[in-house]
Design a protein around this ligand. Sequence first.
Ligand code: NOJ
Length: 511
Amino acid sequence: MDLRNGLFLVLCLQFYVSNVCCLHRSQFKSSFLFGTATSSYQIEGAYLEGNKGLSNWDVFTHIQGKIMDGSNGDIADDHYHLYMEDIELMVKLGINSYRFSISWSRILPKGRFGDVNLEGIAFYNRVINAILAKGIEPFVTINHLEIPQELQDRYGAWLSSEIRNDFGYFAEVCFKAFGDRVKYWTTFNEPNLRTKASYMTGTDPPCRCSSPFGNCTYGNSSVEPYTAAHNIILSHATAVHIYRTSYQVKQGGTIGIVIHAKWYEPLRNTIADTLAVKRALAFDQHWFLDPILFGDYPSEMRQILGPNLPTFTSEEKNLLKAKLDFIGINQYTTTYAKDCIYSSCPIDLSDGNALVSTTGERNGQFIGTPTGAPNFFVVPWGIEKVVMHMKQRYNNTPMYITENGYPQASNSSMTAEDFANDIERVNFIHDYLTYLNSAIRKGADVRGYFVWSLLDNFEWGSGFTLRFGLHHVDYKTRERTPRLSTKWYSTFLKGSNIAKNVGTEFMNLEY
Ligand code: NOJ
């Protein structure tokens, strides 16, 4: 073999390894954050300990019939007491960053109408200090769904502009207490999905909606989701303004927001369905990101909603522009979107006023393999589409994949062994990371990836019926057990070449 042939062979091999064969840690920059994500209500428990106040989810989960399996987060994973054990799991995994959220009612039991709870501050200080001591960067969500019930009772929470002051105050307490060590902040987690659940379909607290979107005692599904979102967007801007003017230079961190970013493909190869995709994206993701980055709502929303969509004053528009340093993306699945303006079809109520119908099926074929969760299909190429879309629309603003993960359906009679060999989760993470890497090679500025979740946990309205964890949690004993995916992720993070479809030999791996 002459030199030229040899060189060609080496190049071919390199191409094969980096594009076809295997995933390798070195395909991502060494500064790339690889982590796992959790949220306070879903894992902490200790809902009445350490002077914590009641959150809206504490109250909601105690109302009979609200949670699928009748469970609640009173104890959840008991992370409040077991956090040191959980940090050891992180160390064994080899992650370099951990995304978690701060319980508002643990820090401010009565919002700004009461004192700062020093026990709450001390708890998060312990967590932050312990992970930093192990070389793991904290990546902190200021608000992951739950709010002090006090704010709901006093003035109706997100429906009132009062909340902007409360959120700004809470965020500042966090910057002051933790900002010397926390370099990655996000204000809100998935407000685009959750405002719909709270005010359009009414499945989340405060359960407000109107027909045909849902069956609630109070609410107006065509107005309130947009009012709540408006207050969230301005609360975000308030917090970022406080951070930028008083803390960022001194503390040297960055701040963003986390958006739930499902991808949509046109159901039919028609202009109408292509426009339906644009509308679906506008009503889902551009709804929050356009005002925060450009200062106003997308035109598709204004056209359909007219006066039901609030307007920003010129002062607010100025406050808003470029109000983030990075976009956090929670990417799980993709569906088809069909136009419902020119075609008659049942409008997807959870996509609200976008006038689209979404489905996971085309000509009797699923868009991807179904999972344990309804309407959740495995569509790895969707993550590349989302990231490339964000890159193009938002001028390649830095991005982090703040969540990506696989659900297994569960019931109380199943054991840890039933969930141990989670090859579907291994393949899921492998394939999504492969497409993410492809987007990065095409120039997308993605800087991190977090698996949802470190542990099985309380999955909101689904209670404990879905398991997303790399580690299994036994909800009777709170024992944590690593799964196949734990060992796979850890092996990948430690730098081995790694294919998917690994055999069960991984189960016996000492990691
Ligand atoms: C998104 C949410 O941020 C998280 O709370 C939830 O548990 C996961 N996705 C899985 O549904």
